[in-house]
Design a protein around this ligand. Sequence first.
Ligand SMILES: NC(=O)c1ccc[n+]([C@@H]2O[C@H](COP(=O)([O-])OP(=O)(O)OC[C@H]3O[C@@H](n4cnc5c(N)ncnc54)[C@H](OP(=O)(O)O)[C@@H]3O)[C@@H](O)[C@H]2O)c1
Length: 236
Amino acid sequence: MSEKVIWITGASTGIGKEIAAEFSKAGHIVVVTARRKSRLVSVVSEIKFAGREATAFVCNVASERSVMLTAKRIREKYGRIDCLVNNAGVTVFKSFVDTKVYEFDYVMEINFRGALLCLKSVLPQMIKNKKGHIINILSVAANTVFEESSIYSASKAALLSLSNSVRKETRRYNIKISNILPGAVETAMWDSRTRQKYKNRMLSPTDVAKIAVDIFNQPKKVLIEDIIVRPIRGDI
Ligand SMILES: NC(=O)c1ccc[n+]([C@@H]2O[C@H](COP(=O)([O-])OP(=O)(O)OC[C@H]3O[C@@H](n4cnc5c(N)ncnc54)[C@H](OP(=O)(O)O)[C@@H]3O)[C@@H](O)[C@H]2O)c1
């Protein structure tokens, strides 16, 4: 396959970082974005050390200006964005009653509104070019109920619903929208005690990253719409 330009949000750590590594190994140009510049620099250094092309831009998905500017900078540098991986995300593990309204705003602003802004920043050009791929990293929490995850679940369900509607409007332009719904993955999203306890049971970030690349590598006329991936022993 010829080299494509892949924009991965939230690529400074965890799943996003591994998605960048896997797309890079598959021969693509990766653009990694997040808020922490020092971490992005080390992600890009690792990729460049292996002789591949990568660029980092600081991008806070909570800021419309930051998202639109980042999309513009990627297009200026590479001429196009072939695939956007909406991966940036946060959570608050608390009961609904204990969750403060500002925490609700924070999770929705990044997980839902942030992804919506990124979609808006790439779709007009994809529609014009009559091609493009968006891969959303959602969660099994989008359609499974867990205690102390109500706001997180709501944010992922909102993005699932939005993406399914947008897919209906954009598939006529050959634009693919794919949702990955992973179960527990061993990343910094979990506190150290939970990671320690379940690390042998959780998925690895690479497991999810390889699935993202597989979804992207499907033939032109094939669209994988939704993938649910859980650890073999189920939810933790
Ligand atoms: N871990 C799991 O069990 C699991 C399961 C299902 C789905 N997911 C989803 O997978 C995605 C990645 O999470 P992870 O598990 O890899 O956790 P992680 O290591 O904490 O990564 C989260 C990433 O999001 C970025 N981010 C947070 N706020 C941001 C903002 N305002 N603007 C831009 N980037 C921002 C962080 O970078 P900066 O802090 O540098 O900005 C970081 O790179 C999330 O959407 C999460 O909901 C995780």
